[in-house]
Ligand binder design. Structure first.
Ligand code: GAL
Length: 358
């Protein structure tokens, strides 16, 4: 009897050991063969023909997207592959038509920056029917069997913004100027901001007196929202959390109309030149720098691996409402006057002359 119990105990401990190992495996970087089965996938055989990457972008309006386009193009070419890039100027129908054209050209992998997170799900379906894998770049495609997602940790972006502003204004009346409601990132930024604000709100120290999405991320819409916030609150505002530098620019114009620019803290994102110059002059408090060289090189490397049907190393899985998408998320960096030199300037993202206008 004792022998039976002893054997049983040994078996139990071995099993629990196995489970422990597999559990810690999930935290570490994982290697996956992204997406749906390779049997139906068009794998670029070593026939000497260059891999072709298709890249459909929402817009080139914000400064960063022009940089994404150039850097991604260079990174793909540096890997010996070709790339075709189309930008849809915020038009969902045009973006889908662009994707269809790239698919019919027989690209080996499709990379998408969605204008509308939901509307672009149809692009994934069309690509998979042609055996082409799809990567969501920077912004997630919702409710689709997307194969890969490469971006920054966008919730952390919002947390960095709120941490910087609450350090300066731990008590007071806040305005939140969000991004475009069609952009999944705007929801992640906002979630991050309220992760930090909620305890202050619960304690009654902070009141969010105005909270609005900004249609298509335009500075003009952000300016209108801020004018409405100031009017509705009789200019009794202590801080503004803006989702990016473009919207912060519109907000600061509205504050300037009331003689309040530089008097209350304002956050941003993207380290646009105008944004970092406002930080130097003191009308904007901070921005969130996202090293685009790293993003584009990571995305290009993974896109080519996907085209070859190779296994890809990921560091996260992100739920898009349908599946846990294999993902690589990079860390964003909070930047204000105190660390401008060792981040944005050190990386050559902007020159010292441009930032300090000297
Ligand atoms: C977001 C992006 C931001 C910002 C914005 C406006 O999706 O992550 O960097 O630029 O779009 O285009």
């Amino acid at each position: 009897m004792k022998r039976v119990i002893f054997k049983f105990a040994v078996i139990i401990s071995i099993l629990s050991l196995v489970f422990a190992v597999s559990a810690c495996e999930s935290e570490k970087e994982q290697a996956v063969a992204p997406g749906h089965s390779t049997s139906s996938q068009k794998v670029k055989q070593a026939d000497g023909e260059k891999i072709k990457v298709g890249f459909t972008m929402d817009t080139l309006v914000e400064e960063r997207w022009l940089r994404d386009r150039e850097l991604f193009r260079d990174a793909v070419r540096a890997l010996g592959a070709d790339v075709e890039i189309l930008a849809a100027n915020g038009d969902d129908v045009l973006q889908i038509a662009h994707a269809e054209s790239l698919i019919s050209q027989g690209v080996d992998v499709l990379v998408v920056v969605p204008h509308n997170a939901e509307a672009t799900a149809t692009i994934v379906k069309k690509a998979h029917m042609a055996g082409i894998k799809v990567m969501a770049y920077d912004r997630l495609v919702k409710n689709a069997d997307i194969d890969m997602y490469v971006s920054f940790d966008n919730e952390q972006v919002g947390e960095l913004q709120a941490e910087a502003i609450t350090q300066l204004v731990p008590k007071g009346r806040y305005v939140y100027i969000g991004g475009a409601i069609t952009d999944n990132n705007a929801h992640l930024f906002k979630k991050g901001v309220f992760n930090v604000l909620q305890p202050y709100i619960d304690s009654g120290d902070i009141t969010v007196v105005f909270d609005q999405w900004t249609k298509d991320w335009t500075p003009a819409n952000a300016k209108e929202n801020m004018r409405a916030a100031l009017k509705a609150n009789n200019n009794q505002i202590d801080a503004v959390i803006c989702a990016n530098d473009a919207t912060a620019g519109g907000v600061i114009e509205a504050l300037a109309e009331q003689g309040m620019a530089g008097k209350i803290p304002v956050s941003g994102q993207d380290a646009e030149l105008a944004g970092v110059q406002r930080i130097v002059e003191g009308t904007q408090t901070m921005t969130v720098y996202k090293p685009l060289k790293e993003l584009t090189q990571t995305a290009a490397k993974i896109a080519v691996q996907m085209a070859k049907g190779e296994t890809v190393a990921i560091n996260r899985k992100v739920n898009n409402g349908k599946i846990e998408v294999p993902s690589v998320l990079l860390p964003p960096i909070a930047v204000d006057r105190s660390n401008m030199d060792e981040t944005i300037i050190a990386d050559g993202f902007h020159s010292r002359e441009d930032v300090y206008k000297k």
